[in-house]
Design a protein around this ligand. Structure first.
Ligand SMILES: NC(=O)c1ccc[n+]([C@@H]2O[C@H](COP(=O)([O-])OP(=O)(O)OC[C@H]3O[C@@H](n4cnc5c(N)ncnc54)[C@H](O)[C@@H]3O)[C@@H](O)[C@H]2O)c1
Length: 370
């Protein structure tokens, strides 16, 4: 990647930058100073990220004249809760944050979502800067302004749109990511390239061996490609109308797999990788896609080490999960169907067609022993 890249996100009424630059965490304070005159700021992070990056972030903020108050939450999805959001706003109040203060979310999608939500609610909204530290968050979740928490009845059931002042992504911090989290983000990167077009997809294919080895330059290029695609899709379409639905590519089956096997049993990324394989095959059947495109996408997923999940067994349960997904419309399952790089439609697919495709899918992924 070139040394630094700034991508503009334009949402109604304002715009902000996504900065993707290797080593940029060391310049966090300087960059935030460009967009905020604040003195006091809450640096929200999780315990893992705090141990790895907390001191560097604080030092950079101090050097730029900020007074950071660090609030660390336990790592993991359980922190994306109403209780954590409540604790955060209490901590903001305790620390004396005002409307002229700032919240900085340093972490993965969990921290970004819950800290963003708390920032949206506190004093009816204080500015937030997103500093994503997972591949998933740099490629996807930190961009677009969706914030929120899970409720006992489901994920992301309470939330708010709260656009950041700035997104600062340093791909070098991904070096410490556990393998599971790396693969989780990598599936979203493949999704982005498939949605983007031939140039992005071919570039990712060329980078596959380097990404398999988690080389820093290739990682930076992958983050930049995915962040640019996300920025383009959400620009001007903050509230998920037609175009934003493309981001659901691969996710119709992925969410069903996560429900069938239990959240946390497989990573979101492994489920998305399977979802991409399935959607591409379905597109051959119902959208006249060239089978060579499905094969090409499978080859890239394989080359990146995103191996299929082999214990998906129950087509009826998968279909039921798809029909109850909040993205289904009146029980009709919708798929993002891609017929070539950069070319996709969102279409309802008949239950009988989905059921037959799922049956074949489960037979191939379990060797027919279901
Ligand atoms: N807001 C959106 O638009 C959007 C989009 C997609 C996903 N999401 C949400 O994102 C969440 C998942 O995010 P995630 O996958 O980043 O998970 P996460 O935030 O739980 O992070 C995964 C793990 O990696 C650790 N970690 C983070 N950065 C690290 C680093 N640099 N080195 C080592 N370890 C590090 C964390 O402590 C955690 O244990 C889900 O809740 C999902 O709903 C939101």
């Amino acid at each position: 990647m070139s040394r630094s890249s700034r991508i503009a996100v334009r949402v109604p009424g304002r715009s902000y930058d996504v900065l993707v630059e290797r080593g940029s965490l060391a310049r966090l304070g300087e960059e935030v100073r460009e967009v905020s005159p604040a003195r006091l700021c809450a640096l929200v992070t999780d315990e893992n990220v705090d141990a790895l990056l907390g001191l560097a972030a604080e030092a950079s903020l101090h050097a730029a004249g900020f007074e950071p108050v660090t609030v660390s939450v336990p790592a993991g999805e359980a922190s994306k809760s109403w209780a954590t959001a409540g604790r955060l706003v209490e901590e903001f109040s305790e620390a004396g944050l005002g409307r002229d203060s700032l919240v900085i979310a340093l972490g993965g999608g969990v921290v970004g979502d819950v800290a963003g939500f708390a920032a949206a609610a506190y004093l009816r909204g204080v500015p937030v800067v997103q500093v994503p530290t997972t591949l998933l968050a740099q490629a996807d979740s930190a961009i677009g302004g969706k914030t929120g928490v899970d409720l006992p009845r489901g994920k992301n059931l309470a939330g708010a749109f709260w656009q950041p002042l700035l997104v600062l992504s340093d791909p070098d911090v991904l070096a410490s990511l556990p393998e599971r989290e790396w693969f989780s983000g990598l599936a979203e990167v493949v999704k982005s390239a498939a949605l983007d077009g031939e140039a992005a997809f071919a570039a990712l294919e060329a980078d596959a061996p380097a990404l398999r080895a988690r080389e820093a330059e290739a990682t930076g290029r992958a983050v930049l490609m995915a962040a640019a695609l996300k920025a383009r899709v959400v620009s001007g379409d903050e509230r998920e109308a037609a175009d934003r639905e493309c981001l659901n590519y691969g996710h119709t089956l992925a969410h069903a797999i996560e429900r069938e096997l239990g959240y946390g049993t497989v990573t979101h990324g492994a489920a998305v990788a399977d979802g991409l394989r399935f959607a591409a095959r379905l597109a051959v059947e119902v959208a006249s896609a060239d089978p060579a495109w499905a094969d090409r996408q499978e080859a890239l997923l394989d080359a990146l080490g995103l191996t299929p999940i082999d214990d998906v067994r129950d087509p009826a349960a998968l279909l039921a999960a798809m029909k109850s997904d909040k993205k289904a419309r009146r029980g009709v399952v919708r798929f993002v169907l891609s017929s070539a790089p950069g070319s996709w439609v969102v279409a309802p697919v008949d239950d009988a067609v989905v059921a037959a495709a799922l049956t074949r899918w489960c037979e191939t992924t379990t060797g027919g022993d279901s």
